[in-house]
Ligand binder design. Structure first.
Ligand code: NAG
Ligand code: NAG
Ligand code: NAG
Length: 185
């Protein structure tokens, strides 16, 4: 490969990486928790709410937003850990929200599972609780992606560990551009 070629490949890779980042940012989805209108309340036969099936029907990714809408007279939102979620422990949550119109961004470093419960007494026991598990990569505190969001294509014979997401993407992009360059010239 000539110097000019490698420069072109390198620049192309950078541009594609920037584009990928832009697409990821633009693609961050916003979900109204609950039914179509968005409701955070106690599931009942009259409202047909089921937060586990609601969550199961969706693919949440790092950076997506959840909007909780509810009457502040009756409900609020706690972000808790897994054991507090199971036992409906309302003390010392990781975070709490009470505006009645809370936008919560799923972008905590290293956190793949988010556990929300209503903080009003007994509501958690009545299944007003929501667990969201992110698909795709979740960066840790240093911004290093973890998990298998972009499984490498079968042809990628790179010996790099899969933990290096952007590096792998850059390598694949460079290989692709190299391939295109060599076929077009
Ligand atoms: C939600 O649906 C699941 C099955 O998809 C069921 O196991 C669970 O009991 C339901 N929860 C409520 C609150 O109805
Ligand atoms: C989970 O959170 C509760 C407080 O809600 C705390 O008492 C408990 O130690 C936490 N458990 C873990 C494993 O972090
Ligand atoms: C909820 O908050 C969003 C901004 O986060 C705002 O655009 C929207 O109008 C609010 N909706 C209500 C019903 O307050």
């Amino acid at each position: 490969m000539t110097g000019a070629q490698s420069l072109r490949v390198c620049r192309g890779g950078v541009i594609l990486l920037l584009a990928a980042g832009l697409i990821a940012a633009v693609n961050a989805a916003t979900y109204m928790v609950g039914d179509d209108g968005g409701t955070w309340t106690i599931p009942a036969t009259t409202n047909d709410l089921n937060y586990s099936s609601w969550a199961a029907a969706r693919n949440f990714r790092f950076g997506d937003e959840l909007i909780f809408r509810y009457s502040t007279a009756s409900h609020f939102v706690l972000l808790v850990n897994a054991s507090a979620y199971e036992t409906c422990l309302l003390e010392d949550p990781l975070d709490s929200y009470a505006s009645g119109n809370d936008t919560i961004t799923l972008n905590r470093p290293g956190m793949r599972d988010y556990y929300f419960v209503c903080g009003a007494p007994s509501h958690c026991w009545l299944q007003q609780k929501l667990q969201v598990t992110l698909v795709g990569s979740v960066p840790d505190a240093l911004g290093v992606p973890e998990g298998a969001s972009t499984p490498p294509p079968p042809s990628a014979a790179s010996p790099r560990p899969p933990a290096s997401g952007p590096v792998t993407l850059a390598a694949i992009t460079a290989l692709l551009l190299l391939f295109l360059t060599s076929t077009l010239t």
